[in-house]
Design a protein around this ligand. Structure first.
Ligand SMILES: NC(=O)c1ccc[n+]([C@@H]2O[C@H](COP(=O)([O-])OP(=O)(O)OC[C@H]3O[C@@H](n4cnc5c(N)ncnc54)[C@H](O)[C@@H]3O)[C@@H](O)[C@H]2O)c1
Ligand SMILES: O=C(O)C1=N[C@H](C(=O)O)CCC1
Length: 233
């Protein structure tokens, strides 16, 4: 498979290594200085760029018939517009705030726990995410997905960064050293706490998940999620 990498930073380089180990060719590496994008020579695009760059990268691919796997976070205010452009072009698209198998299992665990805790008013939920100091967005995309999983299954109405407000989930974002990504969710009462936590040890899980998604989307059109790819139903 000919893979085009949009964003050749920490994740782009990790994906290159894993894709080549799985027998794929890196047909293009598109970064901030790239002048011309060789759409004709790509079976799939994998975008791990920046919040500012992702929308143009993704929609340019849809308009040129290239399916997209997008892991870039922090651009979701434009998500619906991107979906419209994908549908108009009968494109293929997978966005995931986190491509690792472990986090996608954690998403399911989070939703299940939220269902159990729903209506137990003695418990208050809170979330903490820790990432490396180069991360541009806060809270992390993964934390937002986790919050959405809680909101869908409880009476919480939204989330707030670094603020405690009745009826919303407080998210604390910490930026420390080279941490690849740690997410924990805590339900606290006066007598005890229940905590679930996912700790990434490196970026390999994110990169492998993105390459597996790129393999999976070949020959398909539509909007999919990692739940479809991993068959977590
Ligand atoms: N979904 C996941 O599983 C997952 C995992 C890790 C990181 N991420 C996200 O992926 C993104 C990239 O992470 P990273 O750690 O590789 O960051 P990074 O800063 O190391 O790399 C980003 C790269 O994008 C490049 N870039 C800037 N403008 C561009 C443009 N117009 N077109 C193409 N490339 C451009 C930068 O020059 C840089 O090389 C972030 O949004 C991060 O939150 C998601
Ligand atoms: O390193 C990052 O940046 C990460 N971003 C994603 C997020 O925002 O959730 C996934 C974890 C790593």
């Amino acid at each position: 498979m000919n893979i085009a990498l949009f964003g050749y930073g920490k994740m782009g380089k990790m994906i290159e290594q894993i894709a080549q180990d799985r027998g794929h060719t890196i047909a293009a590496k598109i970064d901030v200085d790239t002048k011309e994008i060789p759409y004709d020579n790509m079976d799939v695009a994998i975008d791990f760029s920046t919040p500012e760059a992702a929308f143009d990268n993704i929609t340019g691919c849809f308009e040129n018939g290239v399916p997209v796997i997008c892991g870039t976070t922090g651009w979701l205010s434009n998500y619906e517009k991107a979906i419209d452009i994908c549908n108009k072009n009968q494109g293929g698209f997978i966005y995931a705030s986190n491509f690792s198998l472990g986090v996608n299992i954690f998403f399911e665990l989070n939703a299940h726990l939220a269902k159990i805790m729903s209506g137990l008013e003695q418990y208050n939920v809170s979330m903490e995410e820790i990432h490396h100091t180069q991360k541009l967005d806060a809270p992390s995309g993964t934390a937002i997905t986790l919050a959405e999983g809680i909101i869908a299954n409880t009476n919480y109405k939204g989330w707030k960064l670094d603020q405690t407000d009745e009826g919303t989930i407080p998210i604390t974002s910490k930026r420390e050293g080279m941490v690849p990504g740690t997410h924990s969710i805590s339900y606290d009462s006066a007598v005890d706490s229940i905590e679930i936590k996912h700790t990434a040890h490196n970026r390999e899980g994110f990169a492998l998940g993105a390459v597996i998604a790129a393999e999976w989307i070949q020959g398909k059109s539509g909007i999919f999620t990692m739940k479809d790819v991993l068959n977590l139903y």
